[in-house]
Design a protein around this ligand. Structure first.
Ligand SMILES: Nc1nc2c(ncn2[C@@H]2O[C@H](COP(=O)(O)OP(=O)(O)O)[C@@H](O)[C@H]2O)c(=O)[nH]1
Ligand SMILES: [Mg+2]
Length: 248
């Protein structure tokens, strides 16, 4: 502020938004689709974060870009979960792989195998919600990932964590725990259509930068934000827009 001789509140706000945008910029990346056929994505997160809804919206987004999508109902804990995903599959007019009373890893395996056999561009694997403290469930989701790799040695190509934008600082703990279990490649932040602004993303960006430096890798991406419950309510992440909305 001294350097820019900013005294007006609006000028200070703009500088703050720019500083935040610079911090978030490395997270802004386009979701790569097309390098692998199928591109296999698994979607993880706590209960109610918006995993299934985001898969529905992402299916719409990718279909409109010309990709053929296959969904895997690997949330086998609740009968309703499969039906919920089937509703999104119907809305998008895409196929879904599910099994009665099956093991989630087996459903994921079948879906990846079917995606290859049917020549689909994208396979998305829905999973049951779980808390990082439920260690047996964290172990189970790591197993789902390993079994996906058995169906396709290069898969999963994306391992995404869905975070509810209302979560606050606990979101960072979620990112750390799911990353440890799954080596996340990206995030989707949901419910940014309400009062939530997703400020915790600043802490996540700092952590992601540290991790990337330590491991000499690219930081994980924030691919999309959820801004409602309809098919079209998914937007690609824009660091500057996000920062400006946060500063207000
Ligand atoms: N307003 C709003 N609601 C959302 C958004 N994403 C998901 N939801 C709602 O959050 C609730 C939980 O979503 P769901 O996809 O079932 O979560 P899951 O348990 O992670 O699969 C549902 O009522 C969704 O309609 C979003 O971006 N905005
Ligand atoms: Mg769900």
């Amino acid at each position: 502020m001294k350097e820019a001789k900013a005294t007006e509140p609006s000028a200070v706000k703009a500088l703050l938004a720019q500083a935040l945008a610079d911090l978030l910029a490395p997270l802004q990346k386009a979701l790569p689709v097309g390098e692998h056929k199928p591109t296999v994505m698994m979607i993880a997160g706590v209960n109610g974060a918006g995993k299934t809804t985001s898969i529905g919206k992402l299916t719409w987004h990718l279909s409109h870009q010309g990709s053929s999508v296959l969904l895997a109902a690997a949330d086998t804990f609740r009968a309703a979960a499969k039906e919920q995903l089937a509703v999104w599959a119907n809305r998008n007019n895409v196929e879904i792989v599910s099994q009665e009373g099956a093991d989630p890893a087996a459903v994921a395996f079948d879906a990846v195998t079917a995606g290859k056999a049917r020549g689909r561009d994208v396979v998305m694997v829905d999973t049951a919600g779980r808390l990082p403290t439920q260690l047996h469930l964290m172990e189970e989701i790591a197993k789902i990932k390993r079994v996906i790799t058995k169906a396709d040695a290069t898969a999963p190509h994306e391992t995404l964590l869905v975070i509810d934008g209302n979560t606050g600082q606990n979101a960072l703990a979620q990112v750390k725990a799911f990353d440890q279990a799954l080596q996340l490649t990206g995030l989707i932040i949901t419910k940014l259509d309400g009062t939530a602004k997703g400020g915790v993303l600043a802490a996540i960006a700092l952590w992601a930068r540290e991790q990337a430096e330590k491991k000499q890798t690219q930081p994980m991406a924030v691919y999309f934000i959820g801004v409602g419950e309809k098919l079209e309510d998914l937007e690609t992440f824009d660091a500057l827009e996000f920062a400006q909305a946060l500063i207000g």
